[in-house]
Design a protein around this ligand. Structure first.
Ligand code: ADP
Length: 172
């Protein structure tokens, strides 16, 4: 009797954001996502609506550095429509993180708009650990500029990159 070996396709999801810079909240969502998906494609928005502190390459490098041993994490830059990017990269699930209530309205709007643009794409919301529920990249930059420590709020490399970035900008 011939036995067919069925290898299911890898479950892949896209996690888009500006990641300016990546924080422990983003890391938490990626790690939770890996419990559900075989691969996560972190999509770094190339031209965020808000001007970014770090360049696209810098933002991508910080994510890659942190997940250097993870074969199941890929990092790519993207510009344009998320649903197109997801489809072109063989993913039909978009992961988004939900923090305290402030994220809800915008995320709800985006998810429904993406569904309207492409009904095959599903958005999955994940909640981070409570301790990251009030953390944002913006807050991290503000704390840093005011001289506060970022221990546990960002990967160690990110704090180093922030220090380099601000040293450069104060020298310029
Ligand atoms: P930010 O809003 O901090 O600039 P991004 O645009 O990089 O973040 O966010 C990418 C995704 O990650 C969004 O879905 C956002 O809600 C989510 N996210 C950001 N920070 C956190 C956090 N601390 N915990 C959970 N999800 C988060």
């Amino acid at each position: 009797m011939s036995e067919r070996i069925h290898t299911p396709a890898k479950k892949r999801a896209v996690y888009p954001g500006s990641f300016d810079p990546i924080t422990s909240g983003h890391v938490d969502i990626i790690q939770r996502g890996l419990k559900i998906f075989d691969e996560i494609l972190v999509a770094v928005v190339e031209n965020p609506k808000k001007k970014s502190l770090f360049t696209t390459k810098e933002r991508m490098n910080m994510i890659q550095d942190f997940f250097v041993d993870h074969k199941d994490i890929e990092v790519k830059a993207f510009d344009g429509l998320l649903v197109e990017f997801a489809k072109n990269n063989n993913a039909n699930i978009v992961i988004r993180g939900l923090r305290a209530i402030s994220d809800f309205e915008y995320e709800f709007q985006m998810a429904l708009m993406n569904r309207k643009l492409d009904s095959e794409i599903e958005t999955l919301f994940m909640m981070p650990n409570l301790s990251y529920s009030f953390l944002s990249s913006k807050l991290v930059k503000e704390i840093f500029m005011l001289g506060g420590g970022l221990k546990d709020l960002v990967p160690g490399q990110v704090e180093k990159k922030l220090r380099e970035k601000f040293k450069k900008s104060t020298q310029a």
